[in-house]
Design a protein around this ligand. Structure first.
Ligand SMILES: *Cc1c(COP(=O)(O)O)cnc(C)c1O
Length: 453
């Protein structure tokens, strides 16, 4: 009769050639842990009666191999975004330009001048790297880059608004997503909120009255991810700045997306630009690196020199500082704008600039390649909490399949996984967000799924 005594020991298994191969691939400590775990599982299944025959060496080690492969499988994987949402936050927002990728690679590979002054041979500042490009691009006196825009807002308010009365319009007390709420961040920084106006209407005199009552700072937050339509009113930033400055008070502008170009060029609504915010007189402006800018995750703060100096010196600045790869990537991305080559080099701008006709051509070539599907009109969106309700006309590959949900699941199981959507029982894929170098893999993935089903 088979008993657990017949199960090979760890030592016995380690003598085999297969175990040696596993050790070469995965290292000794991890392989040992996996062998023990595999044996434990077999013992448990045998004791419970789930199995009556004990596996032999080869089968045990095959199970160990499966376990090790599962443990080491990366959870952060490259995917093909066929959703047509350009800044898909769940899919990592902006894909980067070649130059930004190269710069991040270079900065990560060796030592660098991150905080080193080559001229003097002494310690330098990590904040200088993006600063001169930002000054040239925007005309701002000073600039700094931090980990992301959420931390930029927290840092700016902590440095400038702690224990002070900060005036903000009720229409701007927004939640950006993931629980990031402007009023909570303001409170976290130690600011005292002075809310003015109503949800839909704010007048200049609301600001004036609050300033007379002793406001010490004005904050504007761009309501990036929603739109109030109908009976609304909001004074222009330049008028708010004028009354604030008259009262001797600074204005902080959280732009959110912070476009450096006019989105109207692509047939979208006009998103407030960084340049406009400075031109309107905002004293400190902050925005994201990985939204409409098209760079890596970062928060960019620009504005008056004396205020930026104060922000740089705040203890939180160290806690939210950007790492070397981020600084290299942001700087390389900004250089595209400075050299007027952004639309040619930055992937998300390329995606925005595709005409429906160009996209239709891509859908038609996919249909030829697949031998099925049809080109239908649809809409792509910007996403990433930018330009809510705005979309571009596009063309979609529409596929008729038996079970759309099962088909989507199979697409996600491809390598690389393909993320698509369904509407009215059709599978829809938008070429706008599929990178040209991923097209081949996308078509292979689709063909596989049709064969599997
Ligand atoms: C997106 C957004 C933020 C947060 O920016 P992250 O870079 O995602 O941290 C803050 N404020 C506004 C208005 C935003 O739209």
């Amino acid at each position: 009769m088979t008993t657990l005594r017949d199960l090979p020991s760890v030592e016995e298994l380690l003598q085999t050639k297969t175990a040696a191969e596993l050790i070469a691939r995965f290292g000794r400590p991890l392989t040992l842990t996996a062998i023990r775990e595999t044996l434990d599982k077999i013992r448990a299944r045998f004791s419970s009666g789930a199995i009556t025959v004990l596996p032999l060496h080869d089968l045990i080690l095959a199970q160990t191999d499966t376990l090790l492969s599962a443990w080491l499988k990366p959870t952060l994987r490259l995917v093909i975004n066929a959703t047509g949402v350009i800044l898909h936050t769940n899919l990592g927002r902006a894909p980067l330009s070649d130059a930004a990728i190269r710069a991040m690679d270079l900065a990560s590979r060796g030592y660098s001048t991150l905080e080193y002054d080559l001229e003097k041979g002494t310690r330098g500042s990590r904040l200088i790297h993006a600063e001169s490009v930002l000054q040239k691009l925007t005309g701002a006196e000073s600039a700094m880059v931090v980990n992301n825009n959420a931390s930029a807002v927290l840092l700016v308010l902590s440095a400038l608004a702690n224990k002070r009365r900060v005036i903000i319009s009720r229409s701007q007390l927004v939640e950006i997503g993931g629980g990031f709420r402007i009023p909570d961040v303001m409170k976290q920084s130690g600011a005292k909120l002075i809310e003015v106006g109503t949800t839909n209407k704010v007048h200049l005199r609301d600001y004036e009255e609050a300033l007379q009552d002793g406001g010490s700072l004005v904050m504007r937050a761009h309501p990036s991810n929603f739109k109030i339509i109908g009976f609304t009113e909001e004074p222009e930033l330049k008028d708010v700045v004028e009354v604030a400055h008259k009262a001797g008070v600074f204005v902080i502008d959280d732009l959110g997306s912070g476009a450096l170009f006019d989105t109207a060029k692509y047939g979208l609504a006009h998103e407030p630009t960084v340049q406009e915010s400075l031109a309107a007189g905002a004293d400190v402006v902050c925005f994201s690196g990985d939204k409409l800018l098209g760079g890596p995750q970062a928060g960019i703060i620009i504005g008056r020199k004396d205020l930026i100096e104060k922000i740089k010196k705040h203890p939180l600045a160290r806690a939210v500082r950007a790492d070397k790869a981020c600084l290299a990537g942001v700087t390389a991305t900004l250089l595209h704008y400075l050299k007027d080559e952004a639309e040619r080099e930055i992937p998300i701008l390329k995606m925005m600039s595709f005409t429906p006709k160009q996209i239709k051509g891509r859908v038609e070539s996919w249909i030829r390649e697949l031998g099925r599907g049809e080109a239908v009109e649809g809409e792509s969106t910007v996403g990433g909490g930018s330009l809510p309700g705005e979309s571009f006309p596009t063309f979609l590959l529409s596929l008729t399949v038996e079970s759309p949900d099962r088909f989507l699941k199979r697409l996600r199981a491809q390598n690389p996984p393909v993320i698509a959507r369904t509407a009215n029982d059709k599978i829809l894929l938008d070429p706008r967000t599929v990178l040209p170098e991923q097209e081949g893999a996308l078509l292979v993935g689709l063909k596989n799924v049709f064969e599997e089903i």
